[in-house]
Ligand binder design. Structure first.
Ligand code: UD1
Ligand code: MG
Length: 469
């Protein structure tokens, strides 16, 4: 089958009441139009067109790297006019066109394949995916005479008996390229001032073409998003599906209703996920990990058997196997936490490499640092990486011991196996195996407290004496 695909994504999305084009609204952290193209991609058509409007540069950006070309619909004059914009780019194409809406993000590749299979098998000119809609809705109604499809009537134009029809149009069609010639016969809808693509069905029927409508999916999969209510519902369906998929592959959830997982994220088996965990972007979580409550992991890779403790944020970083991060830790972009390393309570790591087995257990800031293996970073250690103008690097060799409350003023290097005494301010390189101490020497004034006490008593008695009459 010679196949081309068209995604209509130029609508204003007025009902969303948003400055953002509708198809860029996220369903579980991923713009709806990306969801659609990800399903479409699996059909391996080499000719994919996305119709965008004049303010569609964001859509182009969201689809950078996807195998699609763009067609411009100059004004949002309806779905029929949007397809016309694509047709101009399809001149000379002969074959089957698969048409989708950018606002129907949960459509699966399997359903699209089913449509194409039936379309070819029944030798139809136009095939529609329909579904049964429950409750009140504004989908176009499929009008049949007996089994034959006669028209699609939009909710706004339907009479009372048509409104009762619950078989509705998903906005997804397969059609033969010759049918595009009928686009010119669509008349503007007076009430809306738009050219409805759905009118092509009635026109094709009158020309004696073969039309089929097939219930190939349910409302969950085929839900169209016009409002924020619809968006929330679709996100819920998608979330349920993603979590079920990971449970099937061996991931445990304490409370599935409070966990958010990006559609592109991956999770290894025997990982346990506590409530309120967010796994965002293309994050990869290894096997046998534990993600404790309130952790958010964005665009990161977490190795096998790592433990991410409560209230921790990890962004664009790598945490290697058996490492422990948190509670209350922040791993900022560009960091690598080595195998079996420990990043503990209230520790912030930025653009730093932390060696295997290294421990920073409490209250530290490690920025622009490269820290070797088996280093002990004492509580309250701060890398002073910023001089007000530029950032500088701190290099700490393997097996170093940094005492608590140390400030390391970068750029500086602490050699392998060196010790830094607690409370030091390190401004010069420390040679390997040395002990660096920069705090002032402690001195004692013997019996100072006793003298202070006796001074205080004699002062008090002087005051009392003065008060005597
Ligand atoms: C459309 C169908 C309706 C179907 C429903 C399924 C029409 C007239 N109606 O209604 O039968 O039940 O989808 O969800 O087709 N678009 C453009 N340019 C435009 C207008 C729209 O590209 O000028 C795009 C939108 O970005 C959207 C898609 O076409 O992705 C559908 O448009 P929308 O306005 O959402 O149509 P519905 O009212 O939902
Ligand atoms: Mg819609």
């Amino acid at each position: 089958m010679n196949l081309a695909t068209v995604v209509l994504a130029a609508g204003l999305g007025t009902r969303m009441k948003s400055a953002l084009p509708k198809v860029l609204h996220n369903v579980n952290g991923k713009p709806m139009v990306q969801h659609v193209i990800d399903s479409l991609k699996q059909l391996r058509s080499g000719n994919n067109i996305v119709v965008i409007g004049p303010s569609g540069s964001g859509v182009k950006d969201a689809l950078a790297g996807y195998p699609v070309a763009f067609a411009l619909q100059k004004e949002p004059k309806g779905t029929g006019d949007a397809l016309k914009a694509a047709a101009r780019q399809l001149k000379g194409f002969s074959g089957t066109l698969l048409i989708l809406s950018g606002d129907t993000p949960l459509i699966s590749a399997a359903t699209l394949r089913n449509l194409l299979r039936l379309h070819a098998k029944n030798r139809e000119d136009v095939s529609i995916i329909s579904f049964i809609a429950e409750g009140p809705h504004s989908y176009g109604r499929i009008i049949r005479e007996g089994a034959k499809v006669k028209a699609v009537v939009e909710a706004g134009d339907a009479d009372e008996s048509q409104k009762k029809i619950n078989e509705v149009n998903s906005g997804i069609y397969a059609l033969e390229s010759r049918v595009l010639a009928l686009l010119g016969e669509i008349r503007v809808n007076k009430a809306k001032g738009e050219y409805y693509l759905t009118d092509i069905i009635g026109i094709a029927v009158r020309k004696g073409l073969r039309i089929g409508a097939h219930i190939l999916g349910n409302e969950t999969e085929l839900t169209g998003i016009n409002t924020r209510e619809d968006l929330c519902r679709a996100a819920h369906y998608n979330r349920e599906k993603i979590i079920s998929k990971w449970m099937e592959s061996g991931v445990s959830f304490m409370d599935r209703s409070s966990v958010f997982i990006h559609p592109d994220a991956k999770i290894g088996s025997d990982t346990v996920i506590y409530p309120n965990v967010h796994i965002e972007g293309g994050t990869i979580i290894g096997k046998g990990c534990v993600l404790y409550p309130n952790t958010r992991i964005v665009d990161s890779a977490i190795g096998d058997h790592a433990v991410i403790k409560d209230s921790t944020l990890i962004e664009s970083s790598v945490v290697k196997h058996r490492a422990a991060v948190g509670p209350f830790a922040h791993v900022r972009p560009g960091s690598v936490i080595g195998a079996s390393a420990k990043i503990g309570n209230f520790v912030e790591v930025k653009k730093s490499v932390i060696g295997a087995g290294t421990k920073a257990s409490h209250l530290s800031y490690l920025g622009d640092a490269e820290i070797g293996e088996n280093v002990n970073i004492g509580a309250g250690t701060i890398t002073c990486n910023y001089d007000g103008k530029e950032k500088h690097r701190t290099l700490i060799g393997a097996d170093v011991f940094i005492g608590s409350d140390t400030q390391i003023v970068a750029p500086v290097k602490i050699g392998k196996g060196a010790y830094v005494g607690a409370g030091s301010t390190i401004t010069k390189d420390v040679p390997p195996l040395a002990l660096a101490l920069s705090r002032t020497v402690q001195r004692h004034i013997e019996n100072w407290a006793l003298r202070k006490q006796s001074q205080a008593t004699s002062k008090k008695s002087r005051v009392k004496e003065k008060k005597l009459p």
